[in-house]
Design a protein around this ligand. Structure first.
Ligand SMILES: [Zn+2]
Length: 395
């Protein structure tokens, strides 16, 4: 080894030792701060207890006391601001996050996290531009900050910027090594719908097919693809819808109207009744298929048969308003109702609000229809028929 070579090795070793020493000192400092005095405060313990039992207001109260005693408790500031946001006091959350970010002793991770949290505060408060800015700043500090990336993704979804949302979601899935096919599929459906609206049928069809290749359970992708195919090739449209029912039988009813249309376009309308009968055979508690079949019978002038079917549907599902309504309509078609009864049926038809209740399995938001993205918690594919309960959901 030459002298210069040796010198270089020595310098490198010394530099390494110095760097190692600085790193160890840093660790010691961080260690001291990571086991701080605030943890021994009784208010801290009480605050955690309240948090665990869902008493958020009391948790805020207790943790506020901890912060008054220990102004430098970063973790408590973080948790407290989250709690304020959670109970709807976003302004207070923003205030705490700003105070936090004004500190000079934050680690890189802490700074990125606080910056991303501030972004979420802004997003919840409806300041979308500021939210975008805060997330971008968080990613400047730490380009792999999951909190900021997730926030950015949600921000794009909220602004219906589906392509951008899709790109970030893809990145998130890669970073987390998670299978996000379902969400990615739903985003593709939205991209396809956008393409349809601007008259790009081919692009739309491709997006719907991509959605299905990502996850067969993306039900609206089947529906949308069948919609595109219907005019050109009703037989293939019907095939797509039958595939949808095979992939997610609990969602079959959502394809009924489209399937009826496709069979009619093929000139084989009787296939719909056959399908309903098959579904009833598979699940004796099924009321959707019986209901659809009964409706078809009633419209075809076979109201007496329809009534028999509906009464059997009620045996297993006596609490379902939708079936009762159809019974009334069928009785009306059978001309067994007097004027008063007919007026009563008309009133029920107009005033029944939760005829077909669906509920979000994540946040319990209720709607009188099937929704693919919850308007409250913004999750995808979380709605189920309310009577079924969360067990039949996809999560
Ligand atoms: Zn929800």
């Amino acid at each position: 080894m030459t002298d210069t070579g040796l010198l270089a090795v020595l310098v490198a070793t010394a530099a390494g030792a110095l760097a190692g020493g600085a790193w160890a000192a840093g660790r010691r400092k961080a260690g001291e701060r990571q086991r701080p005095a605030f943890r021994s405060s009784p208010h801290y313990t009480e605050g955690l207890h309240c948090l665990a039992t869902g008493q958020l207001e009391t948790a805020i109260h207790e943790l506020g006391k901890v912060l008054r005693e220990h102004e430098d408790a970063v973790e408590v500031q973080q948790v407290l601001s989250h709690l304020y946001r959670e109970v709807g006091q976003v302004e207070r959350a923003i205030e705490i996050h700003r105070e936090l970010l004004a500190r000079r002793d934050l680690t890189r991770a802490e700074r990125a996290y606080a910056q991303a949290s501030l972004g979420t505060d802004y997003r919840k408060a409806g300041f979308l531009d500021r939210a975008a800015q805060a997330y971008a700043l968080a990613l400047d500090v730490d380009p792999r900050n999951l909190h900021a990336l997730t926030g950015q993704q949600k921000l794009h979804e909220e602004q219906r910027q589906w392509r951008e949302a899709y790109e970030i979601q893809t990145r998130l899935a890669r970073m987390r090594k998670s299978d996000d096919g379902l969400v990615l599929g739903f985003l593709q459906v939205e991209m396809g719908r956008e393409a349809l609206r601007s008259g790009r049928k081919d692009a739309a069809e491709e997006a719907f097919r991509t959605a299905l290749s990502l996850d067969r359970r993306v039900f609206p992708a089947h529906l949308a693809l069948a919609g595109v195919l219907l005019e050109r090739d009703p037989r293939r449209a019907a095939q797509v819808l039958e595939d949808a029912i095979a992939a997610a039988p609990e969602r079959a009813y959502l394809a009924f109207a489209a399937l009826q249309g496709a069979y009619a376009a093929m000139g084989e309308p009787s296939r719909f009744a056959a399908l309903c009968e098959r579904l009833v055979g598979q699940d004796p508690r099924d009321f959707r298929a019986r209901l659809a079949l009964a409706r078809q019978l009633r419209e075809g002038g076979r109201a007496a048969e329809a009534l028999g079917l509906l009464l059997r549907a009620l045996e297993a599902n006596p609490h379902i308003l939708l079936v009762h309504l159809e019974v009334w309509r069928t009785l009306r078609a059978l001309r067994v109702l007097g004027p008063d009864e007919q007026r009563y049926v008309a009133t029920v038809e107009e005033s029944a609000l939760y005829v077909d209740p669906h509920i979000c399995t994540v946040c319990r938001y209720r709607a009188d229809d099937m929704l693919w993205r919850c308007p409250h918690c913004h999750e995808w594919n979380t709605f189920v028929e309310e009577r079924v309960g969360p067990a039949a959901g996809t999560r």
